[in-house]
Design a protein around this ligand. Structure first.
Ligand code: MRU
Length: 335
């Protein structure tokens, strides 16, 4: 078990770790206000594809704590607000739709709050199970004691249990197959440098951090045996959206003949879309590039290009690990 957690339903409220403050401060926020949770998702206090879905599910449930009339309109309003927070991670929409389905089957509105809390908890519990299965299925990517490189954050801070790609790395380390982890800093919001480093340290896994542009030379020097990341949305053909910079990694892996893997729960597969060009990419405010740790570092009026995610074409991905199976290219996920 971890000695930290991203999210917990406790005393009829949501208790969560504000990830924007890590690792310098461990601040837990307690709230029963769905709007506070929605803005926490937008501000990346709560982030990572599975965790965004879990948070939104609890936000809907908690919003019913003191609702005694007009349940349908209230549900629609809260659903709409949460659906507007971040567009790329399909796990958000999976969780919202699961809550909607549960809500639509409620026969006595007096029980709404309890029923929705139970469903949100079931989503969290399922993601925890996925994490365990992904780590077990992911074991087969290690054929020798390996140096692993990862991008962004895919641990307990991004999902349930030990996360996705992070869970594969942790099990690989516990089983003696991971020698060392290299962590991309993950510009501009530094999920690697701040969050993955925090989790690796807590789990006593040896690691080194590097800026995103340093991965190629590390590979050229023969220091990387494999790369594994998470995903925010996977199309039926295997094209996968993940934190911006993942596509660069997959390209340089291919050039250096290094296997590139993705680990994600099956809830990250969007069964409505055929290919990656249909994935909506979130664009963030350019101020996130022009400042560092809240301080302006250049002319604030510069023009910026700031996609939060990019799409890695399926042919660059050697394997996709879900809780159901290990899939290899060519991918043909079923609708
Ligand atoms: O913008 P973020 O921090 O929410 O982006 C997160 C990622 O891109 C993760 O790699 C992805 O969600 C997988 S989480 C297990």
């Amino acid at each position: 078990m971890n000695n930290y957690f991203a999210i917990k339903f406790s005393e009829q409220s949501l208790l969560y770790l504000d990830q924007t403050k890590l690792p310098m401060q461990e601040v837990y926020i307690k709230t029963d206000d769905y709007e506070r949770i929605a803005s926490a998702i937008e501000r990346l206090e709560l982030r990572g594809a599975p965790l965004i879905g879990i948070s939104a599910a609890f936000a809907i449930a908690i919003s019913f704590k003191s609702i005694s009339s007009d349940h349908k309109n209230h549900f629609e309003k809260v659903y709409k607000r949460l659906a507007s927070t971040r567009p790329t991670a399909v796990n958000l929409f999976y969780a919202l739709d699961r809550m909607k389905n549960t809500f639509e089957n409620i026969s006595d509105y007096a029980d709404t709050y309890q029923i929705l809390i139970k469903e949100a908890q079931a989503i969290l519990d399922y993601e925890e199970l996925c994490s365990k299965r992904i780590s077990e299925i992911g074991s087969n990517i290690f054929t020798k004691k390996s140096n692993v490189l990862t991008h962004c954050n895919t641990g307990a801070l991004a999902a349930a249990g030990f996360g996705t790609a992070f869970a594969v790395i942790k099990k690989g380390f516990d089983d003696g197959f991971v020698k060392h982890v290299y962590v991309d800093e993950t510009r501009p919001l530094l999920q690697g440098l701040r969050l993955t480093a925090y989790e690796l340290k807590k789990n006593k896994i040896p690691f080194t951090v590097l800026t995103d542009s340093m991965a190629a030379i590390l590979m050229q020097q023969g220091e990387v045996d494999l790369v594994i990341t998470g995903a925010d949305r996977i199309a039926l053909n295997g094209d996968s959206a993940n934190k911006v910079g993942t596509y660069n990694l997959a390209v340089i892996c291919n050039f250096h003949n290094i296997p590139f893997y993705i680990a994600a729960p099956s809830t990250t597969i969007d069964r409505k879309i055929a290919a990656g060009n249909e994935i909506e990419i979130e664009y963030r405010n350019g101020s996130e590039i022009l400042s560092f740790d809240g301080k302006q570092i250049t002319d604030p009026d510069l023009q910026t290009f700031s996609p939060a995610f990019d799409v890695t074409p399926a042919h660059l991905i050697k394997g996709i690990i879900t809780e159901e199976d290990f899939y290899s290219f060519p991918y043909n996920f079923i609708k």
